[in-house]
Design a protein around this ligand. Structure first.
Ligand code: NAP
Length: 250
């Protein structure tokens, strides 16, 4: 396989860290991008100690100048990025009547503005290479979820964004697909449990009881799907939304 460079945003921990490690194991050079460069060390060290190549990059994906500098750093120090996983995400849950404008804007900025800025900065490397793989993290919340009017709108937006990228960039050898995870065990879902006053172990059991495969998802479940979409052989799969939720969603 041609040695290719992948950028995974929000990969200091959680799903992003698992995706970064999996893509490195698949043979990609991986840029581990997160808000704080020093927070990327654990993911980078894990990749390097397994024999892979990785670079820590600090950037806020919602900051246009930071994104431009980060993508240029990756291209110079690691190689032209031709795989992008837009994974960085935050929650600011609240019922509509209690939701502040800041909570709305923050969620839109990280998920939608962030994915837009990252993709726009990376696409020229993909077009030049006549090859690219874009993987966007949506969520089952895109189908609607109480207390998440901001997040569900952003995650539904990621699906429209993905389909349009697929249409615009297909002729340049670039595919775009979305993964919509269900309940995955990470710091994000631990924070949700804490917010509703539940013990995380009890919360996981409660969630598992509603999942057909009878277990919560793990970050590696999402990494496996990302590995498929990022692979060269997946070139005829584009504009799709794959629910990785332990059961059917629509
Ligand atoms: P997580 O454990 O909270 O990790 C998210 C990572 O993104 C953190 O390292 C965070 O950095 C980083 N990040 C946040 N804002 C950023 C920004 N502006 N620029 C760069 N990095 C930023 O979350 P996760 O559970 O792994 O979720 C990963 C993605 O999957 C998200 O898009 C999420 O919405 C989606 N998802 C998750 C689940 C689930 O059940 N966990 C389900 C469906 C979809 P800091 O640590 O510095 O904040």
């Amino acid at each position: 396989m041609t040695q290719r460079t992948a950028i995974v945003t929000g990969s200091a921990r959680g799903i992003g860290a698992a995706v970064a490690k999996r893509l490195a194991a698949d043979g990609f050079q991986v840029a581990v991008l997160d808000l704080d460069e020093s927070a990327c060390a654990a993911t980078v060290d894990a990749i390097k100690s397994a024999g892979g190549q990785a670079l820590a990059v600090g950037a806020d994906v919602s900051d246009e100048a930071a994104v431009a500098a980060a993508v240029e750093k990756v291209a110079t120090e690691l190689g032209a990025p031709t795989v992008l996983v837009n994974n960085a995400g935050i929650l600011r849950d609240n019922l509509l009547f209690k939701m502040s404008v800041d909570d709305w804007d923050m969620v839109m900025n990280v998920h939608l503005r962030g994915a837009f800025l990252m993709t726009r900065a990376v696409q020229k490397y993909m077009v030049d290479a006549a090859y690219g793989r874009i993987v966007n993290l949506s969520s089952t919340s895109a189908l609607g979820n109480r207390g998440q009017v901001n997040y569900s709108a952003a995650k539904a937006g990621m699906q429209g964004f993905t389909k349009t990228l697929a249409i615009e960039l297909g002729k340049f050898g670039v595919t775009a697909n979305a993964i919509a995870p269900g309940f995955i065990v990470t710091d994000m879902t631990a924070a949700t449990a804490a917010r509703v006053g539940a013990d995380f172990e009890d919360f996981k059991k409660l969630m598992a009881a509603q999942i057909p495969v009878a277990r919560p998802g793990q970050p590696e479940d999402i990494a496996h799907a990302a590995s498929f979409f990022a692979s060269e052989a997946a070139g005829f799969v584009s504009g799709q939304v794959l629910y990785v939720a332990g059961g059917p969603k629509d």
